[in-house]
Design a protein. Structure first.
Length: 53
């Protein structure tokens, strides 16, 4: 059986979804995280890739 990586974009106001995004990434999926609040964008730095838009 061939497994395909799924793409996930997590959108969060303050970064509180980081633990789920990190787990989904560890399961072999492609993950990006967007954090709305500018002052919170350092949350999870280095754990999952982030996007600004």
């Amino acid at each position: 059986m061939i497994e395909h990586k799924k793409k996930f974009l997590f959108v969060s106001k303050w970064g509180e979804i980081l633990d789920i995004a990190n787990t989904v990434q560890k399961e072999g999926n492609l993950v990006k995280l967007f954090i709305e609040t500018v002052s919170c964008r350092e949350v999870g730095l280095g754990f999952v890739p982030k996007t600004r838009d």
